[in-house]
Write a protein that binds this ligand. Sequence first.
Ligand code: FE2
Length: 285
Amino acid sequence: MTRVRMMERILSAYATVEGAGVRLHRAFGYYEVPQFDPFLMLDDFRSPRPEDYLAGFPSHPHRGIETVTYMLNGSVEHTDSMGNAGSVNAGDVQWMTAGSGIIHSEMPQPMNGRMGGFQLWVNLPRSGKMMKPRYQEIKNEDIPVVTPQKGITIRVICGVVDGVKGPVRDIIADPQYLDVTLGPDSVFSHEVKAGHTAMAYVIGGEGTFDIKEGYRVTNRDLVLFSDGDSIWAQSFEKGFRFLFISGKPIREPVAWRGPIVMNTRDELRLAFKEYEEGTFIKTKA
Ligand code: FE2
């Protein structure tokens, strides 16, 4: 018998300032560890005001995590210590495994006055914290769109929907990352591995994930699901759009300071010492 996951917690994204003064909304972060394990943070930088984000995220290090950038509007131009440079444009995904260390800058650019996207941080287990850094950069047109029934559209970034596998592969957390859009008054259900952490971040419209109570969630609400084998969603009259994210918990100690997340304080201290001394980068392109 399948167990439909319930809405265990609902959080509302809160306004905060990051990087060189970027105003964004944080769906969850430092204070929610370990409930979202293996996920560490989800930032929403959709904004109608260019002054909110133009300062960007100048040169900074990452170690021990993956950062996943998904853009809806505008772009993020990036350069890094491996010699990569490029931009993540509207509809694109960049799944960056920082592993042993990357130093990069991420500078948002508007397009037609609009800019918006999301950055998810995924923790790496002890065995992967010092792995070789790598990127999976997926262009908008290479993300498959599945329409399981009329009124439902799913962009499959990572994971499988109706036999269609998303282009992001071989991630340790065995994640799913879907951008789900339901037309008005539609119902959607989707299998999720039991024991995996699962959440939905609402990015438009209104709906519910609770088959019994029908508690409504709307833009910038984050739902953490209870355990089970599937999720269920229903849209209301305005339709409903959300990011669905799941992954296998790591269940290891978390030592986190800024953009570096390790298992112990000694590993953190070493990382910052190496950054100061110029020995942080272990792999060049
Ligand atoms: Fe970064």
